[in-house]
Design a protein around this ligand. Structure first.
Ligand code: CS2
Length: 471
């Protein structure tokens, strides 16, 4: 039996509670916070919260909450043990313990990676969906289930105790993520107690942030390889690419935050240009390649872009359709950013499955692809590649691949999407364009877009994804 990775848990108080303790945060935000504490000190240890299952907690507890973050470079793997976690709570087991942790005065930041669907909002409008089952639950009882519910109830407890609010730091790939989350929290707070909503609006802070690091799901083979390399068994390592970027609007309650600037985090006045660049250039092409690549039989993004047809397709998307709609952030060269993305995608050490990225398309498409399409069409600029990507999403969501094999579609709207598929592409397109929670009104009412999407879908069905992308 190999020795197990083990650290004596650190007893110092936590300064951060993180909701949604998935691999991405453990490979990105947690590493930055750990390094900021090493650089400049401060009690910024993190209490992680799993909103769904106990799996991560159960694996990390015997390790004293330590885990390995493994950098997957083209030249080899570099492990780093991360010891910034102080505890892990499982919300469904004990929601009150989560609220108590969030209400502790030492906690000054609550960060979140709960995925797009975790905000219980309408992706096309960014507003709270009051009919979401978890929100209905959270309005009826003080022990919440949803991330917005935890934020509102914990802020309510802080207000009652006369404490300042915590800064809410959204780390999900939503457009204007801080502002959207602020709106969702205020919508929910107002339904519970309008005075609470006013207090949060006046005293709270919800900085927008752009986060970036490619973190494929950890596999059993990764665990064994790491053990062979280090001689220690870690049941919950995370795997990540060398690149990382975090751009945060410098708006924290009382200015309280770790010294993130010391470790390369960009603290700026306006995140929007960075966020548009990243969501549209990275996530937009990631999703496009995920649907088309999956349909063409490619398991990973690296395999997809190793096919010259798809490498060319991605380059055309950047050059002709995405970059022309963007304002570059200060000091960024978008053509160089695109070239760097192409190299990141091609990294063969990153086995990022097309299936993983294809998940939750109904929540991802608006900010990744549909905004660029709408702006391109308004400016009279053709967007055939992104239109084909939307058609590929529709085909994927039908639940059948090009050989009629079943696809395991993961999406909160999965059954609804599958039911929209028809033999006639025009009818399929008409059905999908009826999804007001996905498509903005300008595209739903754009007959030219419907016609082009229909032609793209017909071509995709007739010729297959690879030939359709090889225009
Ligand atoms: C990916 C992202 O799974 C996905 O949808 O596009 O997780 C992507 O890898 C990250 O945003 C990179 O920063």
């Amino acid at each position: 039996m190999p020795a197990r990775l083990y650290r004596v848990p650190v007893a110092a108080p936590a300064g951060v509670v993180h909701l949604g303790l998935g691999a991405f945060f453990r490979a990105h935000g947690a590493v930055f916070v750990a390094e900021a504490m090493q650089a400049s000190g401060g009690d910024w240890g993190i209490i992680g919260v799993s909103l769904q299952s106990p799996g991560t907690r159960d694996k990390l507890r015997p390790q004293g909450w330590a885990y390995t973050a493994v950098e997957l470079g083209p030249q080899g793997e570099t492990p780093q043990v991360v010891t910034v976690l102080r505890d892990v709570l499982v919300a469904p087991e004990d929601p009150q313990a989560v609220l108590d942790a969030m209400a502790a005065p030492a906690v000054r930041i609550v960060s979140l990676t709960v995925t797009e669907k975790g905000y219980c909002h309408e992706p096309s409008t960014g507003r709270l969906n009051p009919d979401h089952p978890d929100i209905v639950h959270d309005l009826a009882t003080p022990l919440p289930k949803s991330a917005p519910g935890f934020l509102v109830r914990a802020l309510q407890a802080r207000r009652a105790a006369g404490a300042v609010p915590f800064t809410v730091l959204c780390c999900d790939n939503l457009p204007e993520n801080g502002r959207v989350l602020r709106g969702v929290v205020l919508d929910l707070a107002r339904l519970i107690d309008p005075a609470l909503a006013d207090w949060i609006a006046a005293e709270g802070a919800f900085p927008c942030a752009m986060v970036d690091r490619i973190v494929p799901a950890t596999t059993a083979a990764d665990l064994d390889r790491l053990e062979a390399a280090t001689g220690l068994r870690d049941e919950a390592p995370v795997m990540h690419e060398p690149f990382r970027q975090w751009v945060i609007e410098d708006d924290f309650v009382g200015g309280a935050r770790p010294d993130l600037a010391a470790v390369g985090v960009q603290l700026v006045a306006d995140v929007t240009p960075y966020e548009h660049m990243k969501l549209r250039m990275l996530n937009g092409t990631h999703s496009s390649l995920a649907y088309l690549g999956y349909l063409a039989g490619h398991e990973t993004i690296a395999a997809t872009v190793a096919d010259p047809v798809f490498a060319r397709f991605a380059r055309r998307l950047w050059r002709d359709e995405i970059i022309p709609a963007l304002t570059p952030p200060p000091g960024e060269d978008l053509a160089a950013y695109a070239a760097a993305l192409a190299a990141r995608y091609a990294n063969p050490a990153i086995r990022h499955r097309t299936w993983q990225i294809a998940m939750d398309g109904s929540q991802k498409l608006p900010q990744r692809i549909l905004g660029t399409i709408a702006e391109g069409r308004a400016a009279g600029r053709p967007v055939p590649g992104l239109t084909l990507a939307v058609a590929a999403w529709m085909r994927y969501a039908s639940g059948r691949d090009e050989a009629s094999r079943a696809i395991e579609v993961k999406d909160p709207l999965a059954p609804q999407l599958a039911a929209l598929w028809r033999d006639d592409p025009a009818e399929t397109v008409a059905g999908f364009l009826g999804l007001s929670q996905v498509f903005p009104a300008v595209l739903r009412e754009d007959a030219g877009f419907a016609a082009e999407l229909t032609a793209a879908l017909a071509r995709l069905v007739r010729e297959g994804a690879r030939a359709a992308a090889d225009a």
